[in-house]
Design a binder for this molecule. Structure first.
Ligand SMILES: Cc1cc2nc3c(=O)[nH]c(=O)nc-3n(C[C@H](O)[C@H](O)[C@H](O)COP(=O)(O)O)c2cc1C
Ligand code: SF4
Length: 785
């Protein structure tokens, strides 16, 4: 047997002598390394570690190509791992997150305005970085997303050339929703890079709708979960500068939204509104993939890009005004409106004119007392000494602006009516669409005189507007008023673009006023330069509907042509008129009668209209004969009959007006039939032409507007302007029959009058047992101007 070498013998001896301490040291070393690896460096998830700043990982070639086509622009890349402080691990970069979510995050801090947000002070906005997200199963949406990318890139380049690069719109980034980690973009807003802290992101989301399970369901589920995850701020994307959604669907199979057209885009829009704290920068756009797709997308993207410029200019979407990024959700919004309308400070229920649903602020029942100017000075006092009708410092100014009026100059006003809002949302226009073809989102409601010479008991404006018998104030130029009312109107329309449900195409249409209702408050013909003001409207091809109170015969006589001339007929006899209109003129009845004579003279030159507002117990019972007398005297082209809207002011209450005085639609119908019969019995050729049950309104028309058995109550606006321009050029006069159009079938008497293309929305009744009788939900009393 060979002997062991001496070194080996030595090692064995050492092992035997020290094996216990050696084993202990080695074990300790092993445990230390294991513990270190286990606790200090838990491996990162693929999601949080590997998300690149903006590339579309699924098609690098395409992205390279797109990037190659663009000039070098300062694109701001989102730093990877920016959301690492709030990471919901989903186990991968694609598709459905499986199993329960794990959330690591900072507790969101509350900001001064009560919203939650980041603890860091946001920098003023210097750059807008649009990010286009799209989902696509059969590549249609992807195709349009790339068109949008190119369009926005071109705009950004153009703007960079003209405006420089210190501030402005950056070329967009694009992401396919299927290939991004949703947590990276939809759990919190991207943080601006340190080199450009004023950068804010705008999400432009393009999505088709599928009634089968696709990545869009995954996306929607993610948005839903994020919003409803109690560990996450409910509006974690509020640091975005805004968002907008565009949907693709197929109308050949899903013809209406009720039947499923673009429903998933609508859902995305709704969730994004919640997640961003209502930062809808532009209304939801929708396109039918069968026709007009590119045009619809173009219209939406043009509007969106304009908004991005506005965000840059204004430093954000704005706060605190409905529609400016702080709009309530559609249904909540309606409920709020309803509440605001129906509840007064003293807790009693009232019904307020729905046109008066305020754009901002609260209605204040402690409105200032009406300013009666009749006792101050004399008419025609020198303009130099003349006072302003509604000075900026006056309580009247404050009260009117609080109610949503924009005061222009010192005596004019403009306001958005609730029907304009309704039409923008595809929920129907006012009765003037059914009767005359006026689409409410194209209509501006204005007045060049906030002052009136009546104090009608049912006037919802009473208590805020000045009253007077003669003009004794400083007179603003028609140019100033025209410019001011247009600006005021467009500004309010712009505020509405973020209101849930507003249609992109209707919003775009609304940016061109086509009609002007001179009927807001006060007496438009009181304004000394009303004719010049009308010329300005017509020069821009805006039709004019003017309502006067039959108290200013001289001004009525001198009034030039309008598209449709109204006289309010609030009663059929002197005593009743005195009680209802509470006129300031002592000779009010004589003035009224003279106005009827003038209307009779004008009936072959203009479309003349009687507007009857029925107040049960005041001007309905036993007055059919009296109204027929007035019709016989003035022979108006048309007679509009509607029920009063109870406004619950102290004035109306003092006059004994309650909800009991508001007629039901059936009662209006009974009255209309009786009046029709009475007119027939006198050989006056009138008939019941159309109705708009939705706003309790019925139209009687002279047979002059019945051609071959078909009612022609609508207006051919194009024709009106052609005829007017010819008249101005060579004096060729024309008649109302020259610009009439056939009434739509659905608007005819007996058919209800609601445009089938609009979505009919019934107001929710919160209070099941209202203390006072309310009109049936099917026939809400909605007053129009
Ligand atoms: C199976 C299937 C279901 C669809 N469901 C709807 C739907 O519910 N509503 C709708 O408006 N369009 C629907 N569409 C139409 C698609 O939204 C439309 O074709 C869209 O352009 C597809 O976009 P994409 O090619 O980007 O995936 C559906 C299409 C398919 C093939
Ligand atoms: S006509 Fe009057 S109610 Fe109708 S949309 Fe115009 S302003 Fe509104």
């Amino acid at each position: 047997m060979a002997e062991s070498p001496p070194v080996a013998t030595g090692l064995v001896a050492v092992w035997h002598a020290y094996r216990l301490p050696l084993l202990i040291v080695l074990s300790a070393l092993y445990f230390t390394i294991w513990a270190y690896r286990t606790f200090s460096s838990r491996p990162k998830t693929q999601a949080s570690a590997s998300v690149p700043s903006s590339p579309r990982s699924h098609s690098p070639e395409k992205q390279d190509k797109l990037e190659a086509t663009s000039e070098k622009q300062p694109t701001i890349a989102i730093p990877a791992k920016q959301n690492a402080n709030l990471t919901r691990t989903t186990g991968g970069t694609t598709k459905l997150p499986a199993g329960p979510k794990r959330v690591q995050g900072k507790k969101p801090v509350k900001t001064i305005d009560g919203r939650r947000g980041s603890s860091e002070e946001p920098q003023p906005i210097t750059h807008i970085q649009p990010i286009i997200f799209f989902a696509s199963v059969t590549t249609t949406t992807e195709h349009y997303a790339n068109i949008l990318l190119e369009d926005m890139r071109a705009v950004a380049q153009e703007k960079a050339k003209s405006e420089g690069r210190d501030q402005g719109l950056l070329p967009p980034q694009i992401h396919d929703i299927s290939y991004i980690d949703l947590d990276e973009y939809f759990l919190s807003a991207p943080k601006p890079p340190p080199t450009s802290p004023g950068t804010r992101y705008v999400y432009c989301i393009l999505a088709p709708t599928y009634n089968i399970d696709t990545v869009i369901n995954t996306f929607l589920a993610h948005l839903d979960e994020t919003h409803n995850d109690f560990r996450i701020d409910t509006a974690p994307l509020s640091q975005l500068a805004g968002y907008s959604v565009f949907g693709f669907g197929d109308k050949s199979e899903w013809p209406t939204e009720e039947e499923g057209f673009c429903t998933q885009a609508k859902e995305i829009d709704r969730w994004m509104s919640k997640l961003t704290g209502r930062k809808r920068a532009f209304p939801l756009g929708m396109a039918d993939v069968q026709s007009g797709t590119e045009e619809a997308l173009k219209e939406w993207s043009t509007g969106l890009v304009e908004t991005l410029s506005e965000i840059l200019e204004a430093g954000g979407l704005g706060e605190g005004v409905q529609g400016s990024g702080d709009a309530a959700e559609s249904d909540e919004e309606d409920a709020d409106d309803e509440d605001a309308s129906n509840k007064r400070k003293d807790g009693s229920q009232t019904m307020v004119d729905l046109e008066d649903i305020k754009m901002n602020g609260n209605s204040d029942s402690s409105a200032p007392l009406p300013i009666d100017f009749t006792t101050v000075g004399k008419a025609g006092s020198s303009e130099d000494n003349a006072k302003e009708m509604v000075p900026k410092t006056s309580p009247t100014y404050k009260s009117l602006t609080k109610q949503g009026y924009t005061i222009v100059g010192s005596h004019s006003g403009v306001k958005i009516c609730r029907w304009t809002k309704s039409a923008l949302r595809g929920r129907g226009s006012c009765y003037k669409y059914s009767f005359y073809g006026i689409r409410s989102h194209l209509c501006m409601e204005a007045t060049p005189s906030l002052s009136c010479s009546n104090k009608c008991i049912f006037c919802w404006r009473h208590g805020t507007n000045p009253v007077g018998t003669t003009w004794r104030w400083k007179v603003d130029s028609p140019e100033l008023i025209f410019q001011g009312v247009k600006e005021g109107h467009y500004k309010k329309i712009k505020l509405l673009k973020a209101v849930p449900g507003v249609r992109a195409e209707r919003y775009a249409e609304a940016m061109r006023i086509r009609h002007c209702a001179l009927s807001l408050v006060g007496e438009p013909i009181f304004y000394p330069h009303i004719n010049r003001f009308l010329d300005m409207l017509h020069a821009e091809r805006m039709s004019s509907f003017l309502v006067c109170n039959a108290q200013h015969p001289d001004q009525l006589e001198a009034l030039k042509r309008v598209t449709q001339l109204y006289v309010s007929i609030d009663a059929s006899n002197r005593e009743s008129l005195r009680k209802i209109d509470r006129p300031l003129h002592r000779d009010f009845w004589e003035r009224f009668q003279r106005c009827l004579d003038i209307l009779r003279e004008k009936r072959h030159v203009q479309r003349t209209v009687f507007r009857l507002t029925l107040v049960k117990g005041f001007n309905v019972d036993d007055e059919v004969i009296g109204y027929a007398n007035l019709v016989e005297k003035a022979l108006p082209c048309l007679i509009e009959i509607k029920g009063v809207t109870y406004c619950g002011t102290t004035t109306s209450a003092g006059a004994g007006l309650t909800m009991q005085n508001v007629p039901f639609y059936e009662e209006i119908v009974t009255f209309v039939k009786a009046l029709d019969k009475e007119l027939q019995s006198r050989g006056l050729d009138y008939g019941i032409a159309a109705e708009h049950a939705h706003s309790c309104c019925v139209l009687l028309a002279s047979s002059r507007f019945n051609v071959n058995g078909k009612w022609h109550t609508r207006i051919n606006y194009e024709r009106f302007f052609e005829l007017l321009e010819r008249e101005n050029a060579d004096g060729t006069t024309f008649t109302p029959e020259d610009y009439m159009l056939e009434t739509e079938e659905w608007a005819l008497w007996g058919n209800g009058g609601f445009n089938p293309e609009d979505e009919r929305v019934y107001r929710r009744r919160k209070n099941k047992n209202p203390p006072i009788e309310a009109p049936p939900a099917e026939t809400p009393q909605e007053v129009t101007s």
